[in-house]
Design a protein around this ligand. Structure first.
Ligand code: ADP
Ligand code: MG
Length: 202
């Protein structure tokens, strides 16, 4: 079973990973966007780590909704409200249970991903974070490692796509040939989940 501490460690691991990879995320965003994705998420996840350090909620749902609220209030770019919605919706779907199992998390993550689709109006194939998140949410019931692989393959699969949503879509065909920054950061988020599951008592 996965408790509040597991979810807190997931967010901390994600924050550390975003910190390490911020330059790469910004480099990807400089090719097809405005070169701020790394710094946007770094600011957001540092704020998430700080609030979870100070006042850790005592349920899995509480951890994710607090993290989502923090992202919405600290990240200015498109990705702030989108990631914020992902975590808030996922957290809300987990309710106030003290512990959840992997199947419940998979179902909640699907609800979170649907929230991202509703807010941003994008679908898989549009070269966005959804190209990593949708396959990851679908794969999660089969295991954390399967979800990580699905997210990483989904991110790589955005390279030949033409962007149809967000800033990258302004480039038209020139968006082809570059990996989407948001799909790349989503893969980091899912990789952090697998790392958290593979360590500690979680
Ligand atoms: P901004 O585009 O405002 O500069 P970021 O650079 O932080 O924001 O985030 C860009 C990422 O956000 C993109 O790589 C893409 O994955 C994601 N994104 C943008 N628009 C959408 C959307 N409508 N739906 C889902 N994801 C989106
Ligand atoms: Mg940007």
């Amino acid at each position: 079973m996965l408790d509040a501490d597991f979810f807190r460690r997931w967010m901390m691991t994600a924050a550390a990973s975003i910190d390490r990879e911020a330059d790469r995320l910004t480099a990807l965003d400089s090719a097809i966007g405005d070169a701020d994705h790394g710094s946007n998420l770094q600011r957001g996840f540092r704020a998430v780590a700080a609030v979870l350090e100070k006042e850790p909620p005592d349920t899995p749902g509480g951890v994710l909704t607090l993290a989502g609220r923090q992202l919405i209030s600290t990240v200015g770019g498109a990705s702030g409200p989108l990631y914020g919605t992902l975590l808030r919706r996922t957290g809300k779907a987990l309710g106030d249970a003290a512990e959840v199992d992997q199947e419940q998390l998979a179902e909640a993550l699907r609800a979170g991903v649907e929230g991202v689709m509703t807010l941003g109006g994008a679908a898989p194939g549009d070269k966005t974070m959804l190209d990593a998140l949708v396959p990851a949410a679908d794969a999660l019931a089969s295991g954390f490692g399967t979800a990580r692989t699905a997210a990483e393959e989904g991110a790589v699969a955005t390279v030949p796509m033409q962007a149809r949503k967000g800033r990258a879509s302004y480039l038209g065909e020139r968006s082809i040939g570059h990996q989407d920054p948001g799909a790349t950061s989503s893969a980091l988020l899912i990789a952090a989940l697998e790392e958290t599951a593979g360590t500690g008592e979680g």
